[in-house]
Design a protein around this ligand. Structure first.
Ligand code: GRF
Length: 230
């Protein structure tokens, strides 16, 4: 199979983008990042892309009258760059069907909770506020809802006594980096299968051929060399 032609959408720090770039450089992910697109200028993720020699594009969302206008400009930039798969890596905007219809079942998101628990913003604080003892992260395909699309893979992370937002977010982030790279590598290997809903109004399902994607903390750690993707 040819390498994945990725477009990575960011809004800030870009540590998940860095995990992707590091995995590609290390030969652990058969992909090329064709474009990094940010809706915010001057963010750290853009500098990470530039250091890796990846083209960047800034589309400040405030420059567009509505979401459709922003999404149409983003689609045009991604197509122009030759992108066929899109990764939302800390991209803090909802996408409309204008965007999703341009990349059907080809938009991947990393979310810092075990969906369907704690969708939307600040999933780590939601987990702390709820008092759960296990949370984690989810890689899923994006649909028109908020963090509702077909789930590809999940990793569990414990909530420890004394955790605050930052300690919990840091523990989850380590697993995000490993899980996102692993899910993208499965896609690059052609293993992703998406089945339509079994009944009208039901959910589409994503499966990874030949892989058990219900990964615990230990399994995800074992998948990636320690310390990479930070
Ligand atoms: C991550 O926790 C991601 O799951 C969430 O936003 C954060 C982005 O981090 N959607 P980074 O920009 O990849 O460092």
């Amino acid at each position: 199979m040819p390498p994945l032609d990725l477009g990575v959408l960011i809004s800030g720090r870009g540590s998940n983008l860095q995990a992707i770039l590091d995995a590609i450089a290390a030969g652990r992910l058969d992909a090329r990042v064709r474009l990094v697109l940010s809706n915010r200028p001057g963010v750290e993720g853009l500098a990470r892309a530039e250091r890796a020699g990846v083209p960047t594009c800034v589309l400040p969302h405030k420059d567009f009258p509505d979401r459709d206008g922003f999404d149409a400009a983003a689609v045009a930039a991604l197509r122009e760059a030759g992108v066929t798969w899109v990764v939302l890596a800390g991209f803090m905007r909802l996408l409309t069907t204008t965007f999703l219809d341009a990349f059907p079942h080809r938009v991947v998101n990393i979310h810092p909770s075990l969906l369907p628990s704690f969708p939307g913003v600040d999933a780590q604080q939601q987990a702390l506020d709820h008092g759960v003892r296990i949370t984690g992260c989810t890689v899923h395909l994006v649909d028109a809802g908020t963090d509702t699309g077909p789930i590809l893979a999940q990793a569990a992370v414990p909530v420890l006594d004394g955790d605050d937002h930052d300690t919990l977010a840091a523990r989850i982030l380590v697993q995000e980096h490993a899980l996102l790279v692993r899910a993208l590598s499965w896609i690059a290997e052609g293993r992703l299968q998406v089945s339509p809903p079994a009944a009208p109004g039901g959910r589409a399902r994503a499966t990874i051929a030949g892989v058990d994607t219900a990964l615990g903390l230990a399994q995800v750690r074992a998948l990636e060399p320690a310390g990479e993707g930070a």
